[in-house]
Every structure is written in structure tokens, then in C-alpha cells.
Design a protein around this ligand. Structure first.
Ligand code: ATP
Length: 557
């Protein structure tokens, strides 16, 4: 006879397994009906024996929250029990019979405007309730909404906080930290990726969920308007009413202040003839699409690979040197200078048919841009390669400065190797978020983040392929520096989207910090799409932006 888990639950089947454990469908042998339940087994990350006790406490606290939520909303699974066994943590939850929105779309195709509206109308009160408890779900996506069979109501599963509790670790300074940011790349807005979710972060995720239902497109498959940075999706959605489209657009606004302030407000907008904000680009066709090869239930850090389409736009970009400043240039320059000259030429001369069509007439106007056709076209002879190297070197005085080896900064150095994601992951993002005594699922207080955290978050965003978000982490003057970004955002994504697969931060150290400025040294490792790995030291200048309550990168050398 099959063994019973905790002498009670007979496992029927495995429903899924993720970075933190497994989920099972089980039968409760101690209930007369033998009712079915879902058991979530969670395995903590433990890097210190004392942490176990803390994880235990946090598990209990989060389980209590789940009990409360499930007990008061019919659209959140009830918590039947929780227990610990052999160092692992278990939640026993109500089994919701039905299909996730992802499964439903696969079975039946795209959802109509009416059905999506109905789902939103039924979910928003649930979110309003969750938020009234000072909790942000943080992982709203089609996989985490089940359309219940019996009443067709959407049910919200998989609250992130328990998983986060499992990731409590002690960092090198002995402080408690969570080693993950909860959320799914693409569905998660930038402030959440930075470890500071707000209530409207859930509305953002819900908006992208609605887009998926209407278009079948995962966020990674959608492009952003190269000028406004807005997500371009409307052309994929057939027969979507202006009201619904307008509501979605506002929900997915980049900045929380441009979104609905609450689920309730979003709900009333759905009921009214919500005006389409004038800033939203409704007619512009996507200039870029990025097919996603990533399974939908997998967290992937593969940046979206833009495929530029010849649609009359200058969709094809040239600036292979430019990047969140001079970072990219500095890699190449560094290599051209003294490291591996033969490798220098390759990344910048390799054939990339997507980056060849900027009209020549533009080349003369901007000195940096004038170099770019050479750097982004296939090299046909050695002379041309040499010419590239010469041109790159000519930039060095402007872009490359030796890193100051300041011993005084040593004490600030905290290796954070391997805390940044690899290109493809099935686990949540690794980052450091200070632990607080308040529940992990409550929105973070707006504390001043550290400059190092800002740099780290910048690369997390880049590794997720969220280039509009990372672009906005640059200071306006840096963005508009023509020597670095001759074509503005277009130049930027040409480098990050076109050439770079992933960036690992191997070391960050704070050189100096004043109220409004900071300098951070970094040791980075770039994995280029060509397959090359390129180490590089970069010194970041940052300025404090009180409006966004964040550090912005204002320079990179
Ligand atoms: N209460 C529930 N009722 C019915 N099915 C559920 C319930 N909770 C989870 N599932 C299903 O179980 C499967 C696994 O879900 P779950 O989200 O818990 O784990 P996961 O996606 O494998 O990992 P992770 O926790 O990392 O997201 C999914 O198909 C999900 O729809």
C-alpha cells in the first residue's frame, strides 16, 4: 500500500515542480469524503543553521496569512493544514478543479473581449481584498489563475510570500536577507524586480495577463515602442474594445503613478467608458517581435531577442558599441586595447543581418554613429577589421578610464558572485532584499536603496530583457548623450537586445556616496550572443532621483 504523507495524505499525482519544491494532488485519508487537496512541499535554502528557526517562524506567519485570505475569499484556495517534515515545509490547500488560464487558452484559443472583461471584473474584487490586507500577491500570471469548473470564477493561487520565506539566508555581513525577488519576468514590473513591490504591481501583472488572453502573446514576445517605451500589443488583439484596451494600457504603465491607484479604480474604469490616454500609441504596429521559446511556466532570464522587421521604420539598428552607457563600448575597447585583439574584432564585426540598414546619410552627422556601420557589418577583409580597431581606439580617451584601485574601498566590497541570473533559469531571480520584520508580502516601505543595489537591479532588468525598464534607470542626460546613444533608445537596445545574452556581476564595491551622487565599481562578465564571455571592470556614476526614489546611472567608464 502506498505510504501516506504525514500519515494522512495519499499522493495521487505530481502537479508541478519549481525552484522551491513540488506540488501534489493528494487524497486526505482522514476526511470521510477522502477529499482531494493540493500539497505544496517547500524546501528552504539554508546557508546557516540558525536560519532554519527563522524560516520556520516566517513560514508560520505566511501560512496564517494564507489561512486568513482563503477563509475570507471564495476565490483563493482555503488552507486546510500546514506542517513540517524532515526539514521541509508543507501547505495543504483546497484543490480547485478547473484549468489555469494558460491551459484554457491552449485548449480553446484566444479569449474574447467579453470573457477577458468578465475575468477582470471577477478578479479585481479579490485583489482589492488582498490589498486591503496589505498584501501584494506578486506573481499574478495566467499560470496562477484557475478558472474554476463549477462556477467559471477565476481563482487566485500561488501567493509569493511563502516561497520568499524559504529563501531567507544570511549574507556575508551576517544580516538576514531574502535571496530572491518573487515574480515572473515579463509579468513583473520594474519596481517589483527591484524588490519594492507596490499594490499596483499586481495590476500591472494582471494587465499583461489580460494581454496574453487576448493575443496569445507572452510578455517576452511583445515589443515596446522604441520612442515611448510603451508595450505594443493592440495590433495583436482582434476586436478588443477601446474601453478594455484603455484599461489594460493604464494598468501596464511603466511607472506606478501612471497606473490605477487601486484594483477598485481599475474595476470602475472597466465599467465606464474609460478614455484612452493620449500618450498610448494605439495604432503603431510593432516594429520588433521576439518569439519566445520559453515554456510558459518557466522563469526565464533570456533577454527577448528582437527580430527587426522591414516595415519602413529604422528598425535595424547600428549601434553595437553603446549600452547603458559606455559599458558595451568599454568591453570592446578593453579587448581592442590589450586583452585579446582577435576577439575584439569578432563581436563587433560578426555578421548580424539585423543591424545593417541605417541610411548612410545619417552616418556623417554623428561621429559615433559613423563608426557603427563598420562595427556591425560583416567584416570582409583584414583592412576593415583593422579599421574597426582603429576607430574603437579613437574612442578610448572618451570612454575608457583605468579603474582606480582604492584599497579603502575593500571593506565595502561584497562579492555577490552568482547572485545574478544565468540566461535561462527555472528559478526566481537571485538578488538581495533586506529582510524586515513585517510580512514579506506587504509592500516595501520606500527606503533609500543602496547604489550597489541600484546597479544590481539594473542588470537584473537587463537580463530579463526588460530594456525599456533598464533604459529608464539611466539619467536623462545620459540617455540623451548623443556620443553614447546616437539614436537614443534604439542604440541602446541594439547593444543589449542584439549583442548581449547575459551579464553576471562578479563584484560590486561602493567607492563613494554622498546624498545625491555615488560611484560604484563593478567587475562584470558579459556573455555575448556570439557565445563569447567577456570580463570587464566598469565604474558607474549614479545620481539620486528623488522623484522615482531611486539611483539613476549617469555614467559608466
Ligand atoms: N489549489 C490548487 N488547486 C488546483 N491546482 C493547483 C492548486 N495550486 C496549484 N495548482 C496547480 O499545480 C501546478 C503546480 O503549481 P504551483 O504553482 O504550485 O507550482 P509550480 O508552478 O510548479 O512551482 P512554483 O511554486 O515555483 O510556481 C499548476 O498546474 C497549478 O495550476
Amino acid at each position: 500500500m502506498q505510504m501516506l504523507l504525514d500519515d494522512r495524505y495519499r499522493i495521487i499525482q505530481t502537479l508541478g515542480s519549481g525552484g522551491f519544491g513540488e506540488t501534489f494532488l493528494a487524497e486526505d485519508t482522514q476526511m470521510p469524503s477522502g477529499r482531494r487537496c493540493v500539497i505544496k512541499k517547500l524546501k528552504p535554502i539554508i546557508n546557516n543553521p540558525q536560519v532554519y528557526q527563522l524560516i520556520q517562524e516566517r513560514f508560520q506567519r505566511e501560512a496564517a496569512i494564507l489561512e486568513d485570505l482563503g477563509g475570507n475569499s471564495h476565490q483563493i484556495p482555503r488552507l486546510y493544514a500546514y506542517f513540517q517534515l524532515n526539514g521541509q515545509f508543507y501547505l495543504v490547500q483546497e484543490w480547485i478543479e478547473g484549468d489555469t488560464l494558460t491551459a484554457k487558452l491552449r485548449q480553446s484559443g484566444l479569449f474574447s473581449d467579453t470573457v477577458v472583461r468578465e475575468i477582470l471584473v471577477n478578479l479585481l474584487p479579490v485583489l482589492e481584498y488582498v490589498h486591503s490586507k496589505r498584501i501584494v500577491h506578486r506573481d499574478i500570471k495566467p499560470d496562477n489563475i484557475i478558472l474554476r469548473q463549477r462556477d467559471r470564477k477565476p481563482v487566485l493561487i500561488d501567493f509569493g510570500a511563502v516561497r520568499e520565506a524559504m529563501a531567507t539566508v544570511v549574507n556575508s555581513q551576517g544580516n538576514l536577507t531574502s535571496s530572491i525577488v518573487i515574480g515572473t519576468p515579463g509579468y513583473m514590473p520594474s519596481e517589483q524586480a527591484a524588490g519594492r513591490p507596490v499594490y499596483s504591481s499586481d495590476l500591472y501583472s494582471l494587465g499583461l495577463t489580460a494581454i496574453y488572453l487576448l493575443t496569445g502573446k507572452q510578455p517576452q514576445e511583445l515589443e515596446t515602442d522604441s520612442r515611448s517605451g510603451e508595450i505594443v500589443w493592440r495590433s495583436f488583439g482582434l476586436n478588443v474594445s477601446p474601453t478594455l484596451a484603455g484599461v489594460i494600457d493604464r494598468a501596464i504603465a511603466y511607472h506606478p503613478r501612471d497606473r490605477f491607484s487601486s484594483a477598485k479604480e481599475m474595476l470602475s474604469a472597466l465599467h465606464s467608458n474609460f478614455a484612452i490616454p493620449s500618450t498610448i500609441h494605439v495604432t503603431q504596429p510593432p516594429i520588433v517581435t521576439a518569439p519566445s521559446a520559453t515554456p510558459q511556466n518557466m522563469i526565464s532570464f533570456t533577454p527577448a531577442t528582437p527580430i527587426h522587421q522591414g516595415n519602413g521604420q529604422r528598425g535595424i539598428l547600428l549601434a553595437s558599441l553603446i549600452a547603458g552607457g559606455l559599458i558595451g563600448a568599454s568591453i570592446i575597447i578593453g579587448l581592442a586595447l590589450n586583452k585579446q585583439p582577435q576577439q575584439v574584432a569578432q563581436p563587433i564585426t560578426e555578421s548580424n543581418p539585423q543591424t545593417t540598414t541605417l541610411p548612410d546619410s545619417q552616418d556623417e552627422a554623428q561621429p559615433v554613429k559613423s563608426q557603427l556601420p563598420k562595427t556591425s557589418e560583416p567584416s570582409t577583409n583584414n583592412d576593415e577589421t583593422e579599421e574597426n580597431a582603429r576607430l574603437i581606439k579613437s574612442q578610448i580617451s572618451r570612454t575608457s578610464e583605468p579603474l582606480i584601485n582604492n584599497d579603502k574601498t575593500q571593506e565595502n566590497e561584497q562579492p555577490i558572485k552568482s547572485q545574478l541570473p544565468r540566461p535561462v533559469y527555472s528559478q526566481p531571480i537571485l538578488t538581495q532584499t533586506p529582510t524586515s520584520e513585517t510580512s514579506f508580502s506587504t509592500p516595501t516601505q520606500i527606503d533609500k536603496p543602496s547604489p550597489k543595489q541600484a546597479v544590481q537591479n539594473y542588470f537584473v532588468t537587463i537580463n530579463q530583457g526588460q530594456y525599456p525598464t533598464s533604459w529608464k534607470q539611466l539619467s536623462p542626460s545620459y540617455q540623451s548623450d548623443k556620443a553614447i546613444h546616437p539614436d537614443g533608445y534604439l542604440s541602446y537596445i541594439d547593444w543589449w537586445g542584439g549583442k548581449v545574452q547575459n551579464v553576471d556581476i562578479e563584484q560590486l564595491s561602493l567607492v563613494e556616496e554622498t546624498t545625491n551622487t555615488a560611484t560604484v565599481n563593478s567587475q562584470l562578465k558579459y556573455l555575448l550572443k556570439s557565445g563569447k564571455e567577456v570580463p570587464e571592470s566598469v565604474r558607474f556614476s549614479l545620481i539620486w532621483d528623488a522623484e522615482s526614489n531611486n539611483w539613476l546611472i549617469s555614467g559608466a567608464k
